[in-house]
Write a protein that binds this ligand. Structure first.
Ligand SMILES: [Zn+2]
Length: 662
């Protein structure tokens, strides 16, 4: 044993702590931490009991008497005070967030070393971390490391959550040293333990001192590059706790991001037991796992804003079909319990029978007293039936607490080719369906990729590819856009109403000149990853990098690439025959189709092209949707078919230009 053992009164219980163990203060002897009802006899032996040789002072015995063993949830109701910055403040009540106490108690079940909490935001999940830290300090002290995604969050959480937890609770306050320098933003030095704060890319901080407690907060938000050489933060945490094998606890708490993200991998592949929360109907008493499909609203409500305004939403009990409002839902959660995914056993039974080392909990938002049922419905309606991919990702991560699958895996070139119809290249669909032609141009050093597309009337944005390809020069581009004619089967001629050209990165000054010479027909554009509005104009007076004025100036159209790429991805999922389909003509090439598949949504929710493959078709298509929005094509009035027949299409005076069908 180390030098602590020779000091009078330093009552380190053999078997309970290992190796050099803890920074024990002589005035704060070890509590008697065990609850026979919770631990088996065999575990009790392993934990050890106070050896007869240790002599306690009367003061120590008084402290120890007060510390009768209690579960963390019971401790929390007695000693935990929530700071004002929490979801709710004041004394902790287990009934407020009824699914959390079970997780706290299970955390300190003897066999358990790793606790994975995969939860939606606003479920109170971090309170488990903090309460367990407080309990640990009071009941089984040991040093702790709390890891946040970045330094700011580490400091904020230390200042706003962890320090106030100790200051606000009379029980925990006694562990503060009263020395200002012990309450730094990077660590909190207590009388009997130190809580270290770290952030994900301070890998060295994760690797040094051994300690028994590690909290990994919002693990899926850690930078991916952080610890490639040293291993993941979870691996490092396990290494640091290795010497405390029988008392260590590692809490991993996060909202999920993608399937391969750490929290989803941990929940689905590393946990020996995964628990789901079953609620109990306050009307019929039936237990059930709350699922999203149980959340209902009137069928005609499709607009998320209307949902927000009317808040007409309920949960339908699978036992009795009674509609729960938020209040019933809260009652049902309060009467609920955790059950293991495998055999449906309750928490105690499952823990006792399997003695698991690692356990996981899954918490969707609709269990939370801080989330209204209508908010879940609203978030779903915002996905537009799953077509808006960013909103769908937000819904899955933020409400269902499930991972998002990268989109690129969902789109294949065969899928794109299946959108082709029978039309030859260059032919516009007839029958009065087409409101106008639009074009998008992707500028390269050696030429221009373009697509000309026919758009239908209405908000559905149904569209038909007419012609696409690459031309080598501005002259050839002008020919394709404004001199060649595009006709439908009835010989009606259609002109390209608006062309948008990418002006950034390649040949900007030349693009400006080209757009200036064809004012009213083409606009230069600049895509940005996120903007406050889908698109906006800015006037440019000078050629890039010069003081040379642009004659007459030029409007540059800036647009939100993510916004329009989301729309595009949604449109590409519509089946031919359904309104809004993104059709191709019958001669579209496999290469063009492939270019529509290379971009995907990354873990930050932005579209990118990770392998840098050719994606000109995708960029042209995005510009087409911007053009559709800019010109307000969705609001073009559809000609009345019963009105007098329109004048026969004006035949071109000259012989129609031959359309190159290459
Ligand atoms: Zn019921």
């Amino acid at each position: 044993m180390d030098s602590h053992a020779t000091r009078p009164g330093s009552a380190v219980l053999p078997g309970w702590f290992h190796g050099e163990a803890l920074l024990m203060q002589p005035t704060l002897p070890q509590p008697l931490p065990v609850d026979p009802a919770w631990f088996s006899a065999e575990q009790m032996d392993r934990l050890g009991r106070a050896p007869a040789a240790v002599v306690f002072s009367p003061a120590e015995r008084r402290v120890m008497r007060k510390k009768k063993a209690i579960r963390p949830s019971v401790w929390a109701e007695r000693h935990r005070v929530l700071p004002d910055s929490a979801s709710y403040s004041g004394k902790w009540r287990n009934s407020t967030v009824p699914y959390l106490p079970g997780i706290m108690d299970a955390s300190f079940f003897n066999s358990v070393q790793e606790i994975v909490i995969c939860a939606a935001p606003q479920t109170g999940k971090t309170e488990v971390n903090y309460t367990c830290l407080g309990y640990a300090v009071d009941r089984r002290p040991g040093n702790a490391l709390v890891v946040f995604p970045d330094q700011d969050q580490a400091q904020d959480n230390c200042n706003d959550r962890i320090q106030p937890m100790f200051e606000d609770s009379p029980r925990l306050r006694r562990y503060l040293t009263g020395r200002q320098d012990d309450q730094a933003a990077k660590r909190l030095r207590l009388k009997n333990a130190i809580i270290y704060m770290a952030w994900a890319n301070s890998a060295s901080k994760l690797a040094n001192k051994p300690l028994p407690y590690v909290v990994l907060d919002e693990e899926d938000k850690y930078p991916v590059t952080a610890n490639k050489k040293e291993g993941s933060p979870a691996d490092l945490a396990k290494k640091r706790t290795r010497t405390f094998a029988h008392m260590r606890k590692i809490w991993r708490t996060s909202s999920p991001t993608v399937e391969a993200g750490p929290i989803w991998m941990a929940l689905t592949t590393e946990c020996q037991l995964v628990f789901d929360y079953f609620v109990q109907c306050p009307h019929c008493g039936a237990y059930q796992k709350m699922v999203f499909t149980g959340i209902r609203w009137p069928e005609d409500v499709r607009d998320p804003l209307r949902m927000k305004a009317e808040q007409d939403c309920w949960y339908e009990c699978r036992g009795c079909d009674v509609r729960w409002d938020d209040g019933d839902r809260d009652l049902a959660v309060r009467a609920g319990e955790w059950r293991d995914r495998d055999k449906g056993r309750g928490l105690d039974t499952a823990l006792r029978s399997l003695q698991p080392v690692s356990i996981g909990f899954h918490i969707p938002s609709w269990l939370s007293p801080f989330v209204h049922l209508w908010e879940v419905a609203q978030a779903w309606l915002e996905t537009d039936g799953g077509r808006n991919k960013i909103k769908l990702r937000d819904f899955r991560n933020g409400h269902a607490a499930e991972p998002w699958q990268a989109l690129s895996a969902e789109r294949s070139e065969d899928r794109i080719l299946s959108l082709a119809d029978e039309r030859p290249r260059g032919v516009v669909p007839g029958g009065g369906r087409v409101a106008c032609l639009l074009a998008g141009v992707d500028t390269q050093d050696d030429g221009f990729y373009y697509e000309i597309r026919a758009f239908g009337y209405g908000l559905e944005r149904e569209s038909w590819g007419v012609r696409e390809g690459k031309v080598p020069t501005f002259e050839a581009l002008a020919q394709v856009l404004w001199q060649d004619e595009y006709r439908d089967a009835d010989d009606q001629v259609y002109r390209v109403l608006l062309t948008l050209q990418d002006a950034m990165g390649h040949r900007t000054a030349e693009v400006y000149d080209f757009c200036r010479q064809h004012r009213g027909m083409i606009l230069p554009t600049m895509g940005k990853q996120t903007m406050a509005t889908p698109h906006t104009y800015s006037k440019i007076e000078f050629y890039p990098g010069t003081k040379k004025p642009i004659p007459g100036g030029l409007q540059l159209l800036r647009f939100d690439t993510n916004y329009f790429k989301n729309q595009l991805a949604g449109l590409l999922e519509i089946e031919p025959g359904d309104p809004g389909c993104w059709h191709y003509h019958g001669q579209v090439t496999r290469d063009w189709a492939f270019q529509m598949t290379v971009e995907g949504i990354n873990e930050k929710g932005f579209w990118d092209n990770p392998q840098g493959k050719a994606n000109h078709a995708w960029d042209c298509s995005t510009l087409l949707l911007v053009a559709h929005d800019v010109r307000g094509v969705a609001f073009f009035p559809k000609p009345d078919p019963d009105a007098a027949p329109a004048k026969p299409a004006k035949r071109a005076v000259q012989a129609p230009a031959k359309i190159n069908l290459w």
